[in-house]
Design a protein around this ligand. Structure first.
Ligand SMILES: CC(C)(COP(=O)(O)OP(=O)(O)OC[C@H]1O[C@@H](n2cnc3c(N)ncnc32)[C@H](O)[C@@H]1OP(=O)(O)O)[C@@H](O)C(=O)NCCC(=O)NCCS
Length: 299
């Protein structure tokens, strides 16, 4: 099983004119247009990094020349490879991949032979409400057991960290199965191990219960990109007749590798002409909404 975990720190990227214009030339036109419509630079940068991460992965690990890669989306928005359908690969197992962007990072996880979903979240204090009020609004997203674990974690900061840990776990599963918003989150319940999640480790002990039964065919890899960013990767098998079981012994988990912009673009080749107006529009964007800028400085 091949395994890729890449992260790009968007918040530390202040693109120069030439970087932004080159990046825009190296992605599909409809994605360039979508990214151009974001109001804030933060969102445009994280979505751009996502497209470059995806194409770099498909080019370098699936062996498809950059210019031949055609990415589309499933009806519910999950990026999929549309062309070329026949790909060179070292193994017969097909790759699955997924992206997430939130807080300071965009991340990509890819895996061979299983479905993959990834989610990253920054532990931020809620902008306009207290922690208890924020939790009240979120009541229905977690089960009574999960709330008991979150609310007994200690200080408000620790409760929030435990909350976001559960959040990334749930989202990673939703994203692996690709259903998006339609899934009833009460059907899944996470059981964390006693061991705390610390930096520089990948925890694989968390178990998921689906409809009150422990799932054997899903594993979850949890890690911290830094002190305030949780990331969860869901790896599993869709429940289809005749599908195989997860191998009983898995290779050690792969930690996330932080890429620089030059690494992100290293295999890229331009697909479209340079568009100077695209830079003019980008440089006029504010980094983020004022409220987010205030919140990020207070954590
Ligand atoms: C897409 C979804 C699954 C996650 O969105 P999100 O958490 O806001 O965003 P993330 O940054 O983690 O992921 C966005 C990326 O996921 C990918 N994606 C989009 N739709 C997807 C889907 N149906 N399945 C898997 N991945 C999807 C895309 O690559 C997207 O980035 P891009 O549009 O720039 O290419 C969305 O359906 C959602 O918002 N679900 C929320 C469910 C919920 O209520 N959660 C509460 C807490 S548990």
């Amino acid at each position: 099983m091949g395994s890729i975990r890449w992260a790009f720190r968007c918040s530390a990227w202040t693109p120069s004119r030439s970087e932004w214009l080159l990046a825009a030339r190296c992605i599909q036109k409809e994605e360039k247009d979508r990214i151009g419509q974001f109001m804030f630079a933060k969102d445009a940068k994280s979505a751009m990094a996502g497209r470059l991460l995806l194409r770099r992965f498909v080019c370098e690990r699936m062996g498809i020349p950059w210019a031949e890669i055609r990415l589309e989306r499933s009806p519910r928005g999950k990026p999929v490879l549309a062309a070329p359908l026949k790909v060179r690969s070292d193994s017969d197992e097909s790759w699955s991949f997924n992206l997430s962007h939130q807080g300071d990072y965009t991340v990509l996880a890819a895996e061979q032979g299983v479905e993959v979903g990834v989610d990253v979240m920054k532990t931020t204090m809620p902008g306009s409400s207290s922690v208890p009020e924020f939790f009240r609004i979120m009541t229905r997203q977690f089960t009574a057991y999960e709330w008991s674990v979150i609310q007994s974690a200690g200080s408000e900061q620790k409760q929030l960290a435990t909350f976001y840990r559960h959040w990334t776990l749930k989202e990673s599963f939703i994203k692996a199965i690709g259903t998006g918003l339609g899934f009833n989150l009460q059907r899944i319940e996470f059981h964390l191990p006693g061991e705390p999640l610390t930096q520089n480790q990948v925890l694989r002990q968390t178990r998921m219960h689906l409809d009150e039964e422990e799932e054997e065919n899903w594993i979850f890899e949890e890690s911290l990109l830094d002190a305030s960013h949780h990331v969860a990767v869901a790896l599993g098998l869709q429940d289809t007749p005749g599908s195989a079981a997860l191998p009983s012994s898995l290779p050690s988990p792969t930690p996330f590798t932080l890429l620089s912009f030059s690494e992100l673009i290293s295999s890229a080749s331009p697909l479209t002409e340079e568009d100077p107006a695209y830079w003019e529009s980008f440089r006029m964007k504010a980094e983020a909404p004022q409220r987010q800028r205030d919140t990020s400085t207070s954590t």
